[in-house]
Design a protein around this ligand. Structure first.
Ligand code: SAH
Ligand code: AVI
Length: 327
């Protein structure tokens, strides 16, 4: 790597927003490691969020439709356990489509608080919900799951029901997932519930195509990260010289997505230069798959008791109804 005399901090302070500085610092750190990586959090610009929505409709990508079925089957039970006047706080809400199942089932919500890093996805969801559920108070928050939320006074003291669907928890390593759940519990408050969607371990012959579909939508989703770097960080990745790969890592029980450099090449980002060898991998995403008992144990370590856990009839996906009850 060529370190230039203009430091990132001095150059970006004037040109970039805080979010872009974080993006720049994260990308440069990730590509400077001996095993290059990029964080999957940055997939979700407007195009990335739209591509993710396309993924959810692919024949190979079973998680979204399966979780939808499970939520439909158990929405009444979730609603019955929810205190009147609660806030529904959703982490990584994206399109909020599955959320409509809970929003319709829970009669007495004070408000819905979707949290997402994608302002484009949040705005689209806000507009749709305003049309479909005009009486629902929606308070969207653009930012990281872990950020403190600054709620209006009349909402701040309401009981909270957390919702973390999509198996987005699987995009974190196991220890980071336990830490995240614990922090969410502290933020939601003792005795708060958290409903979490978790993808289950299964035959790699089902898992790999879900992340490497025949139409190439997941490949476009993965490669879009390079397009985003080119646009926002003045990069010059040649997209034809990288290929999407999805592999099953049995030891870690996870699907990994990578971008494979097809030849030896040099890429510039801001004032830095990065060398890529022919066949070198950039690791862009982990998607951990759990057994039911594994996830229940992880939730317990994070301070939760399991009230219920539901699966579909093919045991593809699970939804866990948890209560935060740290020892
Ligand atoms: N919940 C939706 C979307 C899942 S896609 C579903 O189940 O279909 C993952 C979502 O999490 C995206 O919308 C992405 O923008 C958001 N996201 C990813 N990392 C995030 C983070 N660190 N903080 C907040 N949102 C995040
Ligand atoms: C958001 N997350 C749970 C998705 C997943 O399945 O890991 C993101 C995704 N990556 C490729 N396809 C979908």
């Amino acid at each position: 790597m060529n370190t230039n005399d203009t430091s990132l901090a001095s150059r970006t302070a004037n040109d970039f927003s805080a979010d872009k500085m974080e993006f720049a610092a994260d990308v440069i750190a990730g590509l400077s490691q001996p095993r290059k990586s990029l964080s999957c959090r940055w997939f979700y610009d407007a195009r990335g969020s739209a591509l993710f929505e396309d993924i959810t409709e692919l024949p190979e990508y079973y998680p979204t439709r399966t979780e939808t079925l499970i939520l439909r089957a158990h929405a009444e039970e979730i609603a019955a356990r929810t205190k009147a006047g609660s806030l529904l706080v959703e982490y990584g809400s994206g399109s909020s489509r599955k959320t409509e199942i809970l929003l319709s089932a829970i009669a007495s919500l004070a408000a819905y608080v979707p949290i997402d890093v994608s302002d484009a996805a949040l705005e689209e969801a806000r507009v749709r919900l305003a049309e479909r559920m005009p009486d629902l108070r929606v308070f969207p928050v653009v930012g990281d799951f872990l950020a403190e939320i600054d709620l209006p006074k009349d909402l701040a003291r309401r009981p909270r029901l957390g919702f973390f669907p999509g198996s987005t928890i699987g995009n974190l390593t196991r220890s980071a997932a336990a830490d995240l759940l614990h922090t969410m519990g502290l933020r939601l408050g003792s005795s708060s519930r958290l409903v979490v969607g978790v993808d289950l371990v299964k035959d790699p012959a089902v898992l790999v195509p879900a992340y490497d579909d025949a139409q190439g939508v997941t490949a476009a989703f993965n490669l879009n990260l390079l397009t985003r770097i080119n646009r926002e960080l003045d990069g010059d990745f040649d997209l034809d010289q990288f290929r999407h790969e999805a592999i099953w890592n049995a030891g870690e029980s996870r699907i990994e997505m990578h971008l494979l450099s097809l030849r030896a090449q040099r890429v510039h980002i801001l004032d830095k230069t990065f060398e890529f060898g022919a066949g070198e991998h950039v690791h862009t995403e982990n998607s951990h798959k759990y057994s039911l008992d594994d996830f229940t144990a992880l939730a317990r370590r994070a301070g939760y008791r399991t009230l219920d856990r539901w699966v579909d009839d093919k045991s593809l996906f699970s939804v866990h109804d948890l209560v935060f009850d740290p020892a």
